[in-house]
Design a protein around this ligand. Structure first.
Ligand code: NAD
Ligand code: TDX
Length: 354
């Protein structure tokens, strides 16, 4: 088997690739397979992995092994149809993480979000048809549903995205579904809540706050800090994606939540405690434009149909995450200084196979 992973040098994609290369999904350890399924083994165990990543400010080659006998790393753009036509033949599956992912950046400028997230996804889907790729998992987000004051979204909820980021993701979900409905491409879509864990870019709430606090700097809390997010460890998200890759049905959408709803004030309080800081380090700043109040997913479909259950309790995961940033200052200091200076560099190069 051969899997192409787009965006595999980013936060979630690199976690997925590292786990694949470490044979971390074999047998779905930790999951209750549905009885009818009899605990189907991982069809992609031992697969070769091609990572296609543009290495924007958010991508980092150091998030992946420098060399591995089953890894091929290609620097390139999912909008580059000629590159995709070269690369895709021979791949059995595509797991599509590549995206512009930061809401605040989309508020400042939305063009790159539409280009990569919408046009890039469509270019990739079209190339998959040409190459005869058999399976496609499109990684999406809970933000496509908008904001919900009470209750939780099921997969049939209407899409009402509020930020340019969320709108571009909702558009790409619809395009992905259309390639299933029109062309019969075997596409499944996952919609996950907020992830946290190691190797997350320090522009996002948790790594920004942790790294600032570790450096003795203040942290910018938007508005009243009353906005609610549902947090899931990146490892649980990736396990859900791999489960959907193996067992998800064509044309179906699977929410991936976790049930850990927290206000941003609660998250801040916890990070202050874990870093030995106090509220004097917190700066109240102007709210994000169009700031969604609350996200909450109903994930009974993936639990009931695929036997998924997250396995990292939030208190444990957040403590381990803070410890990881404390232990790896070299990683985030380099990322912080690079993203302060370097623009995105589109380029295409392929590394030799190890
Ligand atoms: P990220 O920003 O850390 O990584 C994105 C990766 O995509 C980077 O490596 C970047 O270089 C690459 N990329 C960007 N544009 C590209 C292009 N045109 N061609 C090829 N590669 C390109 O993002 P992340 O947090 O790892 O998110 C991964 C996916 O998961 C995204 O699709 C995002 O919408 C989705 N998601 C994220 C979260 C979250 O909490 N972070 C939650 C739900 C869903
Ligand atoms: O400095 C900050 N201060 C602050 O109060 C930042 C960066 C964020 N926040 C708030 C805004 C949100 O309510 O924290 C919350 C989380 O913010 P982000 O980390 O930017 O995440 P969010 O906007 O919720 O989007 C994330 O989850 C869904 C990911 O970035 C998306 O890619 C994913 O789809």
């Amino acid at each position: 088997m051969k899997i192409l992973v787009t965006g595999g040098a980013g936060f979630i994609g690199s976690h997925y690739v590292r786990t694949l290369l470490n044979d971390g999904y074999d047998g779905y350890d930790g999951y209750d397979a549905p009885e009818a399924d009899g605990g189907t083994p991982d069809a992609y165990a031992g697969a070769d992995v091609t990572v296609l990543d543009k290495l924007t400010y958010a991508g980092n080659r150091e998030n992946l092994p420098a060399a591995h006998p089953r890894l091929t790393f290609v620097r390139g753009d999912i909008c580059d149809a000629a590159l995709l036509d070269d690369l895709l033949p021979g791949h059995d599956a595509v797991v599509h993480f590549a995206a512009e992912s930061h809401v605040d950046r989309s508020v400042a400028s939305g063009a790159e979000f539409v280009r990569t997230n919408v046009l890039g996804t469509q270019t990739l889907l079209e190339a998959c048809l040409r190459a005869g790729v058999q399976r496609f998992v499109h990684v999406s987000t809970d933000e496509v549903y908008g904001s919900i004051d009470e209750g939780s979204w099921t997969e049939t909820w209407p899409l009402a995205p509020n930020s340019p980021y969320a709108a571009s993701k909702a558009s790409s979900d619809l395009v992905a579904r259309a390639y299933w409905r029109t062309h019969g491409l075997n596409v499944s879509i996952t919609r996950c809540s907020n992830n946290y864990g190691p190797y997350q870019h320090p522009e996002k709430l948790i790594p920004l706050f942790v790294t600032n606090l570790l450096e003795g700097e203040s942290v910018p809390l938007y508005g009243e800090g009353a906005n609610i997010r549902e947090w899931l460890h990146v490892d649980d998200h990736c396990r859900a994606i791999h489960l959907v890759l193996n067992r998800g049905r064509a044309g179906e959408i699977y929410n991936v939540g976790g049930g850990n709803e927290r206000t941003n004030r609660q998250i801040t309080e916890q990070l202050l405690e874990l870093t030995g800081s106090d509220w004097s380090s917190v700066r109240r700043v102007a709210d994000r434009k169009g700031h969604d109040l609350r996200y909450s997913l109903d994930e009974s479909k993936i639990r009931d149909e695929l036997g998924y259950a997250p396995r990292i309790p939030f208190e444990q995961g957040i403590a381990e995450t803070v410890a990881w940033y404390r232990d790896n200052p070299g990683w985030w200091k380099a990322v912080k200084s690079a993203s302060a200076t370097a623009p995105s560099q589109p380029a295409r190069t392929q590394e030799p196979v190890a």
